[in-house]
Structure formats: structure tokens, C-alpha cells
Design a protein around this ligand. Structure first.
Ligand code: DOR
Length: 430
């Protein structure tokens, strides 16, 4: 991977320009001047411009991941904001929201300010999500207003659920004043107990303690009801079960403020992949059955899912080499995201490029209230160039995170990010 400063004038030549904001697809060039969009389509750039040949490639908006764990402060041995940014660039992400379950958690205006200041030094745009409750204890609501003023975009105790319905109710009521999303990690602790995976035939074969799908769907149902009651914006993260999808489908008919994300790993794997005992497949919420996986894919096709988010969760080799019961939950996901969803959605399920790109660009930006018209003149160039046809295998050389806990290693991918442009730099990915 090579990162270099953009020349004064640069032309992305002869690509297919896919504009997910204006819903257009056309062949042409993109002229970037001083790191900003100058013109798109037919251009008249100076002769001295640097030319980047984009023949057979797609030029589109930079991807935005609204759900990543960068572990700074506290566990910089797993990831920090810089290494997380490199992983993001390799995956075509120009912008990332970081989850607040760091050590200490991001639960105050000062800690939000810390992430904002540190992100200035990073090669991508980073937006902190603040905790819903102080120290993620699920009891006392944080100072949301002051945290928003420092740059938080949304609130979540991700990694941990808000178990107390009264606290969730208060959090939604409070956030309503600011019209920002509340993101609850929906896994009811009382039902999860010490579940290591999804409860079903496979967990019985493996003899691992497990939790049923209603661990998620019960809490999702509660949250949907509370969102309706309060009028607040609920964003349901990493939805993993057919039952949750059913609840969401029904409630979305009545409430247009609900948004939903899915991860590449819940789209790609089923619990049968856990027969390998690969601890990298130990995630929260767990990988579920083939039927759940199909329900998620169908929900994407039917427009029930708003966006794809990675839940990039780095952990050390030492931790992941432990047995299934002691390994931590989580896998990295930024570098493998595009190839993995390309394989599942485009290759295997015949989705079109535009629909996929929307799930990674305009839709997540809309959820977080950011500008979505990224090809307009004068705006900072935030662009990804990708090869839609390339088939490749995900391997260690593709990882730029400090951690390597990926079950995608050795897996076939379809579609590969070639370059990522953001903050006046262009990153070329091999
Ligand atoms: O698998 C997960 N790992 N799910 C989460 O929600 C948290 C994450 C982590 O922080 O490791």
C-alpha cells in the first residue's frame, strides 16, 4: 500500500463514474484540483495534470463505516487511530465512526475532544461515537449535549447492551432533543448468560454454551417500541437474526426514523463455519444459521437494511489463540469488507453495483447527518476507485490493522479496492 500527496491537478480518466447521490452511472473523467472536486464527466483539465487510468474501474464516493473499534485509548497494542485509519484506507473507507468501548470509555466531552484532536493527525476522517451511559455501566446517562458540541455524532454502549428499559427510555427521550441516533447493542444479558455462539443444532454438536436468537430479537423489539413511543432516532447495529428482521420490517412501516446496519460477517458466514472452532468467528452478536443469513440477504434486497458496517474489532493473536470459551468476541473487518460483500451480494445474489455502493456511502452518511453529495464542485475529494470484477483471495498481506483476527483469511472475494482518495492523499492498494 502506498500513500502519496495528491498533485495540484489530477484526472481520474476513463472510469465508470457511479454517483450514488444523484443515482447516475456514466463513463467519464473526474478532475481533482488542490484536493477538491473540480469537475465530473466531461472535463477540461490542464495538460500538466497527473493522469490516473481508470479503464474498467468504478469511481465512486469514499466508503463510510459507522461502526469500528479502534481501541485508543487503552489498548493501542490491538489498534490505534493511525493503524485503524490504514486498515480503513485499504478497505476504501475515507470516514469511520469509532465506538466508545475503549479504556477508559469515551463518555465525556473531554474524551470526545481527545478523539477529535487525535483524528486531525490521521489520514482519514474519524468521528467518535460517545457512550450512552457513564463508564458503560448502563445506569447514568452521559452529557450528550456537551459531547455533541465537541464532535460526537451518535451514542452507543456497544459491546454492552442497555439492559435497563428505563435507562433506554431516558436515553431515547434525551437524544430526541438533539435528533441523533441511539445505537443499542441488542443482546439481553439475562438470555445471553455465557453464550459463546448461536444456540441450535451446531452448538449442540460442538458442545458449546450458546444463546438463542431471541437474545437479540427480544431487545430489538423493546427498542423499536421505545423508539416509537419517544419519537427518537434508533439505529439498530449488526442485526443478525431473522426474528429481529421481522420486527424491524413491521415497525419500519410505521416509523421512518428507524435505521439498521448489517455486518459483512453475518452476510458471509453461518454457524456451520464454526465447526472449524475458529475463534475469529466468535463475535457478538453471534453468527447464526443459514436461514438467518438468508433472511439478512433478503432484507438487503428488499430495502429493509440501510447500511453495511464492519464492526471491526481487533484482538491480539494471544487472546484469539485461547480456547473458544476464553477468546474475546470480535473480528477485524475493514480490509475484507468490500470483497466479502461483493462476493455475497453481487456475485452470489446478483445485486447491482449501485445498490451495494449506496449501502456503503450515501446511506451511512445520511444516518449520521453528513453531506452526501460528494461529486459536487468544491467539496473535498473523498473517492474510492475499485475493480468490480477482480476475484482474489484475502490474505495476510491485505491486512494493515495491528491485529490479524480475521476468519476471511484464505476466502474468495469479488471486487477489489484499488485506490482511496481523502484529505489530499491518494492511497494505492496492491
Ligand atoms: O464481537 C464484538 N466485538 N462485538 C461487539 O459488539 C464488541 C466488539 C469488541 O469491542 O471487541
Amino acid at each position: 500500500m502506498n500513500i502519496s500527496k495528491l498533485k495540484k491537478n489530477i484526472v481520474l480518466k476513463n472510469g465508470t463514474i457511479l454517483d450514488p447521490y444523484n443515482n447516475t452511472e456514466k463513463k467519464g473523467d473526474v478532475h481533482i484540483e488542490n484536493g477538491k472536486i473540480k469537475s465530473v464527466g466531461k472535463i477540461s483539465a490542464p495538460k500538466t495534470s497527473e493522469i490516473i487510468d481508470c479503464k474498467d474501474l468504478i469511481i465512486t464516493h469514499g466508503f463510510f463505516d459507522i461502526h469500528a473499534h479502534f481501541r485508543e485509548p487503552g489498548r493501542e497494542d490491538k489498534e490505534d487511530l493511525n493503524s485503524g485509519s490504514l486498515a480503513a484506507l485499504a478497505g476504501g473507507f475515507t470516514r469511520v465512526c469509532t465506538m466508545p468501548n475503549t479504556d477508559p470509555p469515551i463518555d465525556s466531552p473531554e474524551s470526545i475532544r481527545y478523539i477529535i484532536d487525535r483524528s486531525e493527525e490521521c489520514p482519514i476522517h474519524i468521528h467518535p461515537i460517545g457512550c450512552i451511559t457513564k463508564s458503560q455501566e448502563g445506569k447514568e446517562i452521559t452529557e450528550m449535549g456537551a459531547m455533541l458540541a465537541e464532535g460526537a455524532l451518535a451514542f452507543s454502549d456497544d459491546g454492552l447492551p442497555i439492559n435497563d428499559s428505563g435507562v433506554m427510555y431516558n436515553a431515547l427521550e434525551y437524544s430526541y432533543m438533539f435528533d441523533v441516533p441511539i445505537i443499542n447493542h441488542a443482546e439481553d444479558d439475562c438470555l445471553k448468560r455465557h453464550g459463546l455462539m448461536h444456540e441450535g443444532k451446531v452448538s449442540t454438536h460442538l458442545g458449546l454454551s450458546a444463546s438463542p436468537d431471541i437474545t437479540e430479537s427480544n431487545m430489538v423489539f423493546r427498542d423499536l417500541e421505545l423508539a416509537m413511543l419517544t419519537g427518537a432516532r434508533l439505529h439498530v447495529p449488526h442485526v443478525s437474526s431473522a426474528k429481529s428482521i421481522n420486527h424491524i420490517k413491521l415497525m419500519k412501516k410505521k416509523n421512518d426514523k428507524i435505521t439498521v446496519e448489517v455486518t459483512p460477517h453475518h452476510l458471509f458466514f453461518s454457524d456451520e463455519d464454526l465447526y472449524t472452532f475458529d475463534t475469529n468467528l466468535k463475535v457478538a452478536p453471534p453468527i447464526r444459521t443459514k436461514e438467518d443469513r438468508k433472511a439478512i440477504i433478503d432484507a438487503i434486497k428488499n430495502g429493509i437494511i440501510d447500511c453495511i458496517a464492519t464492526d471491526h474489532a481487533p484482538h491480539t493473536i494471544e487472546e484469539k489463540e485461547g480456547t473458544f470459551d476464553i477468546a474475546p468476541f470480535g473480528m477485524i473487518g475493514l480490509e475484507s469488507c468490500f470483497g466479502a460483500v461483493g462476493k455475497v451480494l453481487i456475485n452470489d445474489n446478483k445485486m447491482d453495483q449501485m445498490s451495494l455502493v449506496k449501502l456503503l456511502t450515501v446511506n451511512p452518511r445520511k444516518i449520521m447527518g453528513l453531506d452526501q453529495d460528494l461529486f459536487k464542485e468544491g467539496i473535498e475529494a473523498e473517492i474510492v476507485i475499485y475493480d468490480p470484477k477482480l476475484e482474489w483471495k484475502f490474505s495476510l498481506e491485505n491486512i494493515f490493522s495491528k491485529s490479524q483476527n480475521s476468519p476471511f483469511l484464505g476466502r474468495e472475494m469479488k471486487g477489489k479496492v484499488k485506490s482511496t482518495i481523502v484529505k489530499g492523499y491518494i492511497t494505492s492498494i496492491d
